[in-house]
Design a protein around this ligand. Sequence first.
Ligand code: DON
Length: 303
Amino acid sequence: MEMSKVLERVAEEAAQLRGAGMVMDYIPALAEVDPDHFGIALAELDGSVLGVGDWETPFSVQSISKVFTLALVLAGSDESFWQRVGREPSGSAFNSLVQLEHERGIPRNPFINAGALAVTDELISMVGDASGDLLAFLREESGNPDLEVDENVAASEAAHADRNLALAHFMASYGTLRNPVATVLDQYVRQCSIAMSCRDLALAALFLADRGFRRDGSALLSCRQAKRINAIMLTCGTYDAAGEFAYRVGVPGKSGVGGGILSVIPGRCAVAVWSPGLDKRGNSVVGMAALDHFTTLTGWSVF
Ligand code: DON
């Protein structure tokens, strides 16, 4: 079946669920988004991209940004980074505090909030303006020079950041962070508040489908590093629903509370989907169902 037909079929199926789930409200600006949006985009290794629905409408990428900050850190540092952050699934909520004390301030993986704060801290040490560096990278890879931090979302999250501040202070007490908590929080919030469309995200993630090669042909990551990020996406990218995501979708994926899910099909393409209604674990209900249909129709699950 032609890929445009596959996406149309996926969108038809998704339309039956449209509006399912709850828009996230602990970041008040995200609660203002219309829950009926749905978009899906697929980017192939040659840079061609197609989509259906609201695939060119920007939304808040939130935790999907964590994939890209991790890539930038791994591209510029050695393996010693892994002494400060684990790479095992957490089986607990993305903003949970409990594991951190048991594990003496070392976050379970780079995609739960605690781990992502530690990754951002590392990127700050490497480049200073971590979110600015990330934005420049995303503009280049997506080919969209207009990408911006949504300042309204950033201010809203910064004003409601008690949980992340608690995680960051707790890690700081164990020496996991090297920069001041306020700096790390500010940079983390800005990275999460970048607005991108499904089109932008699918294009920006192609390096993960293409053995670490950027769109200009240069290598951001080695083949082995790209493999490892994809593995962490599969095992940790949807938090305490990573088992369900593997069961239903079966490819590396990373969700965000803005309702986006980015998935990578190594050697083939990157697919981004967006629908703002979330399940209790913070993953897009319609997005998950759409990706389930997509990998079923194409047979492109890794399983
Ligand atoms: O730190 C937070 O809570 C948000 N900026 C990001 C959380 C998120 O997207 C979790 N993913 N499903």
